[in-house]
Design a protein around this ligand. Structure first.
Ligand code: B12
Length: 215
């Protein structure tokens, strides 16, 4: 039963079926599909579209439509993740955003949801966030962690700009920095002086907890 529901979730992305996205996601949840598994199926499927785009098999409107499918399906899935989560907000405070020049929102949103579900207080600055806005948020909210997402090789360096800004403002030792996004890896994170990197949203939660010494 849940195999079929997962297949249906994959199909709505690959068929760009925006109209049925929410309904299929709701069906999956009502059939007790693990919401984390559902999120992974949707993520893998949209990456397949992304790979096809790179090869020239798909075009920008296809990326836009696939993203619209996820925008309808993901809230249903994340609502369930939040329901199952602790929501205590007591593990610590995280400021999160997608860096300047980058409008990819879906992965950042998933990281924010899982951090929240794990018990972090999350302040989401949104997309296309200038480094000054990250720095202002650190001054205003005094978070334990800044989490940055970058999906483009051209915007990945913005994460370094924020870290350099923190150093200039003498805030670097006040906050941990974690980064992620498809072009990011551990080597890049080390090279720009980030404290942690997560390949997936669940990894992000693990890294955040471990940086704050939470078991
Ligand atoms: C959907 C999509 C879009 C949508 C975004 C809609 C939206 N609201 O987000 C639209 C159509 C707008 C778009 C636009 C563009 N896109 Co685009 N897009 C994608 C696509 C297909 C999927 C991204 C996605 O949502 N994935 C699903 C989520 C769940 O996965 P994720 O973002 O990777 O996040 C996961 C992890 O990376 C991690 N993570 C993410 N952030 C963080 C942060 C932290 C702290 C941690 C710990 C973890 C973490 O956890 C997440 C969940 O597990 C990717 C393909 C790909 N392989 O990534 C291309 C892709 C990223 N796009 C690409 C390009 C080129 C573009 C455009 C430049 C196209 C154009 N010519 O205009 C524009 C750029 C616009 C801009 N200035 O930002 C390229 C980037 C190539 C590169 N290396 O630079 C990709 C890789 C496609 C490709 N293969 O060519 N895109």
């Amino acid at each position: 039963m849940s195999e079929k529901a997962l297949e249906n979730l994959k199909s709505i992305v690959l068929d760009f079926d925006i109209d049925n996205a929410e309904k299929v996601a709701k069906e999956a949840i009502s059939q007790k599909v693990n919401p984390m598994e559902a999120a992974k199926v949707l993520t893998d499927a949209i990456r397949e579209i992304g790979d096809g785009f790179e090869k020239g098999d798909y075009f920008l409107p296809d990326l836009v439509c696939a993203a619209e499918v996820l925008k309808k399906a993901i809230p249903v899935i994340t609502e369930e993740i939040q329901k199952q989560g602790k929501k205590s907000g007591s593990l610590g405070k995280v400021v999160i955003g997608t860096v300047f020049g980058d409008i990819h929102s879906i992965g950042k949103g998933m990281v924010a949801t899982l951090l929240y579900a794990a018990g972090f207080e999350v302040i989401d600055l949104g997309i296309n966030v200038r480094s000054e806005a990250f720095l202002d948020a650190v001054k205003e909210h005094r978070p334990d962690i800044i989490a940055m997402s970058a999906l483009l090789t051209t915007t990945a360096m913005e994460q370094k700009n924020v870290i350099e800004g923190l150093k200039k403002e003498k805030l670097r030792d006040k906050v941990k920095v974690i980064i992620g996004g498809s072009p990011i890896n551990q080597e890049f994170a080390d090279s720009i002086g980030a404290d942690g990197y997560g390949a997936t949203a669940p990894d992000g939660v693990k890294v955040a907890k471990s940086l704050l010494g939470i078991k």
